[in-house]
Design a protein around this ligand. Structure first.
Ligand SMILES: O=c1ccn([C@@H]2O[C@H](COP(=O)(O)OP(=O)(O)O[C@H]3OC[C@H](O)[C@H](O)[C@H]3O)[C@@H](O)[C@H]2O)c(=O)[nH]1
Ligand SMILES: [Mn+2]
Length: 361
């Protein structure tokens, strides 16, 4: 029948996916997401003062962890989980028992597409994660697995099967995720451009991963999604997701896993204070000129076939090569090891080898 879509509906994955929210405030923002989120289990990571009561709207199924809970559950290993920084969200990844994670900030709302339709960001992330990635050869018509698109002429047929997708990186309308200097120079700039595309990030290419609107396959890449030590007592902030993205991408490239960016958009409503952000970011702005070459040249041995072994190997290289940049990286390298140890303690199902993107049973 004309006009009837033959495309199978996107699976809800409602029993296979947790939504992780880092927060310091009441979660009224969930009211706007209710049609899309109400069927899912939420993991709320409450940052800051544990005695503060976080109000969650009625009807949501959730577990909430504050700093006392993190300390109780992890004991001394809690030292690897940031305090007073959104990086604390990674604790939610660790305690989840589900195959997929979607993490979103509490100042991110439902955006509308150019037709005015509400965007179900979660549905789009699920589509991105359930369809393969194509990091080895660029498809100029963007996502070839999308309805109404395909591989273009000249695309090798031997590469059209693609590889499993580990990470889906969404974007933001309204307040873009700019660094503090850019925010200061362009305080009124708003992102109004809706680009209707999903791209695989090519193998060997790093990217700035933002944790605001992010989903991933926890079974494929979970142990690499450590949002590095930031916030209270740390010399840097707002590089937690960047650190995770660089470590994750090196490991995905090594194990044959894919990373996508683009749709879905959320509406980012609140610009955080650029002066506060500058204080948090400034060391990262010059450190990253040494960090990026490190990650660009990082190689992992063939016998690193699990995410955990890759991550431990990467932590050794961080300690050996970035300690000269600042002692902070010696501490971060140790925290990376603590994170994996804590992950394995809470997820005793054991390390799984990943060969060319396929998890060994
Ligand atoms: O100490 C804190 C501060 C905030 N949170 C929670 O983290 C989420 C992001 O906070 P906010 O929207 O205020 O900051 P942004 O600058 O917009 O965040 C971006 O940059 C920093 C991070 O990389 C973040 O992922 C980016 O989105 C929000 O849910 C707060 O409640 C916290 O847990 N602890
Ligand atoms: Mn925000």
């Amino acid at each position: 029948m004309a006009g009837v879509s033959k495309v199978a509906p996107t699976p809800l994955l409602k029993d296979e996916l947790d939504i992780v929210i880092p927060t310091i405030r009441n979660l009224d923002f969930l009211e706007m997401w209710r049609p899309f989120f109400e069927q899912y289990h939420l993991i709320i990571v409450q940052d800051g003062d544990p005695s503060k009561v976080i109000k969650v709207p009625e009807g949501f199924d959730y577990e909430l962890y504050n700093r006392n809970d993190i300390n109780r559950i992890l004991g001394p290993k809690a030292s690897c989980i940031s305090f007073k920084d959104s990086a604390c969200r990674c604790f939610g990844y660790m305690v989840s028992k589900k195959k997929y994670i979607f993490t979103i900030d509490d100042d991110c709302f439902v955006a509308k597409d150019p037709s005015g339709k509400d965007i179900n960001a979660l549905e789009q992330h699920i589509k991105n994660l359930l369809t393969p990635s194509t990091p080895f050869f660029f498809n100029t018509l963007y996502d070839p697995y999308r309805e109404g698109a395909d591989f273009v002429r000249g695309y090798p047929f031997s590469l059209r099967e693609g590889i499993p997708t580990a990470v889906s990186h969404g974007l933001w309308l309204n307040i873009p995720d700019y660094d503090a200097p850019t925010q200061l120079v362009k305080p009124l700039e708003r992102n109004t451009r809706f680009v209707d595309a999903v791209l695989t990030i090519p193998k060997g290419t790093l990217f700035p991963m933002c944790g605001m609107n992010l989903a991933f396959n926890r079974e494929l890449i979970g142990p690499a999604m450590y949002f590095g030590l930031m916030g209270d007592g740390q010399p840097i902030g707002r590089y937690d997701d960047m650190w995770a993205g660089w470590c994750m991408k090196v490991i995905c490239d090594h194990l044959g896993l894919g990373v996508k960016t683009g749709l879905p958009y959320i509406w980012h409503s609140k610009a955080s204070n650029p002066f506060v952000n500058l204080k948090k970011e400034y060391k990262g702005i010059y450190w990253q000129e040494e960090l990026i070459p490190f990650f660009q040249s990082a190689t992992l041995p063939k016998d690193c076939t699990t995410v955990q072994s890759c991550y431990i190997e990467l932590s050794k290289q961080v300690k050996a090569k970035l300690g000269k940049v600042d002692d902070y990286f010696l501490k971060l390298a140790d925290a990376m090891v603590t994170w994996v140890e804590a992950w394995d303690e809470l997820n005793p199902s054991g390390e799984k080898s990943v060969e060319n993107g396929v998890v060994a049973k």
